[in-house]
Design a protein around this ligand. Structure first.
Ligand code: HEC
Ligand code: HEC
Length: 233
């Protein structure tokens, strides 16, 4: 079959364009496959209703939140981050008297998977989101190795983080994202800013503003950065 000039140009473009616009391809994936569930730009609607009805977490500041290497891996083989989804009240049932609530797994769909190539392109595009966002200040985490015992005491006992977040796979709290992969997944400056003021990220998010002093914020962030366990489903 003889190809027309237009077909030839299309074929040439199909070969050249992916090489030239890796990020362009990622943006297209985000728009066409992800935007139905995730906010890719700052939502104008900041009501409680929006938060309660959103289908997935906000990604408009993904570039300052996630490590890109983690994104590439997770998008190919997603594990569960929020043990009871984005809105735990919808999937948690009261357990037998005196025991913990039970997650109705049938109400939690698995996350879609991308091919290695699409995951790399989507991660590239996600890494560009929120680069100039005022939400996260560079240097919010001042670095330094934490005293793990002291920080884990803060996390588990003194500041109550463990009532909502699991620091080890298989622990019960359902209402917050697991943090046992935090060191692989999250950027330290994001963690420090989030712990300082969760409502800066969403005015209605139900993580309380715990009025922590900077010393505690630094210790907790340093501690969370040491958590790099696998084990999600
Ligand atoms: C049907 C809705 C839906 C679609 C479509 C969808 N996601 Fe998600 N996504 C979710 C939900 C729900 C979660 C929360 C999963 C969890 O916490 O375990 C999530 C979590 C994520 C996370 C982790 C976010 C965080 O704050 O922890 C990333 C990154 C992500 N999705 C990227 C994508 C990309 C990229 C696409 C498109 C290729 C996509 N998602 C398509 C619903 C969706
Ligand atoms: C009442 C429950 C609750 C308590 C207590 C709590 N959190 Fe949270 N935390 C949440 C919720 C809910 C989110 C946001 C979930 C979302 O965006 O889907 C969150 C988000 C986070 C995040 C961002 C993680 C991510 O993947 O998006 C970090 C880091 C964090 N919390 C650390 C802490 C630390 C440290 C403490 C203790 C000082 C703490 N939290 C106390 C409920 C809680």
């Amino acid at each position: 079959m003889k190809r027309t000039r237009a077909q030839f140009v299309t074929i040439l473009a199909a070969v050249l364009v992916p090489a030239l616009t890796h990020a362009g391809k990622g943006e297209e994936i985000l728009q066409s496959q992800c935007s139905s569930c995730h906010a890719l730009s700052k939502p104008e609607d900041t009501s409680l209703d929006r938060l309660l009805n959103r289908k997935g977490p906000d990604l408009y500041y993904a570039g300052v939140k996630f490590n890109k290497e983690w994104l590439v891996r997770w998008l190919q083989a997603p594990t569960r981050i929020r043990p009871a989804g984005v809105m735990y009240r919808k999937v948690v049932k009261a357990g037998p008297a005196g025991s913990a609530d039970v997650v109705d797994e049938s109400l939690l769909p698995s996350h879609m998977k991308l091919s290695a190539e699409d995951a790399a392109a989507a991660a590239e595009a996600l890494a560009a989101l929120g680069a100039d966002s005022p939400l996260v200040t560079k240097g919010a985490f001042k670095g330094g190795a934490p005293n793990v015992m002291m920080a884990s005491l803060l996390f588990n006992k003194l500041r109550g983080c463990s009532s909502c977040h699991a620091a080890k796979p298989g622990e019960p709290p359902h209402s917050g994202p697991e943090l046992y992969t935090a060191g692989d997944r999250l950027k330290p400056d994001f963690v420090a800013e989030y712990i300082r003021d969760p409502q800066k990220f969403d005015p209605h998010i139900w993580m309380p503003k715990l009025e922590l002093n900077d010393g505690d914020i630094q210790k907790l962030t340093g501690y969370l950065m040491t958590l790099k366990q696998e084990g999600g489903k």
